[in-house]
Design a protein around this ligand. Structure first.
Ligand SMILES: [Zn+2]
Length: 179
């Protein structure tokens, strides 16, 4: 079954259904400027009923962020592959328009969401898991975690990264003259 992240509960059979959804990044409604560029988003997993008007999704969220190294030396691809578990249940009351769309249950990979119009929306749990996977201080694989960890360490510590100046041939002439 492929398609949108909004799935009517009526299309979820009692025995459950496997999902494999290639997601348009635009469909996630990411706030521009707050999210790094993201591509290749895919949600796979299984959707099962847990009651006449309840369902649970268990699966994985994948995507590739384009991150800038925390030290500004490089841009790099950062693939993520995160577990997603989301419980969908009816909204407690029709008047609850001020209620948050999602309830955080305190665990990173566990989320509850309300059904609207008997339709479950996998977008918010997917977006939340992808967001949690973004490192606060990205380290580029090429330099910081690769060929130049020492240079990245010195940059981070605010130390110089150039060669020592004593070797500059322009000053050796001046030093000779001073003698
Ligand atoms: Zn770096």
């Amino acid at each position: 079954m492929e398609g949108s992240l909004r799935i009517p509960l009526s299309r979820v059979p009692d025995e459950g259904v496997d999902l494999d959804i290639e997601v348009e990044t635009g469909e996630l409604g990411l706030e521009e400027g707050f999210w790094p560029p993201l591509r290749g988003v895919r949600l796979t997993g299984r959707l099962e009923r847990t009651g006449p008007s309840e369902a649970v999704f268990r699966g994985r969220a994948r995507g590739i962020f384009r991150l800038q190294c925390g030290l500004g030396l490089a841009e790099f691809d950062f693939p993520v592959d995160e577990a997603v578990v989301a419980y969908f249940m009816p909204r407690p009351s029709a008047a609850g328009t001020d209620v948050e769309d999602e309830i955080e249950l305190g665990e990173d990979d566990l989320e509850a969401a309300y059904l609207d119009d008997e339709t479950l929306n996998l977008g918010p749990p997917l977006r939340d898991q992808l967001g949690l996977a973004i490192p606060l201080q990205p380290k580029c694989p090429g330099m910081c975690l690769g060929e130049s960890p020492e240079m990245c360490r010195r940059l981070e510590a605010g130390e110089g990264v150039g060669e020592e100046q004593a070797a500059d041939p322009r000053w050796s002439v001046l030093r000779e003259w001073r003698k």
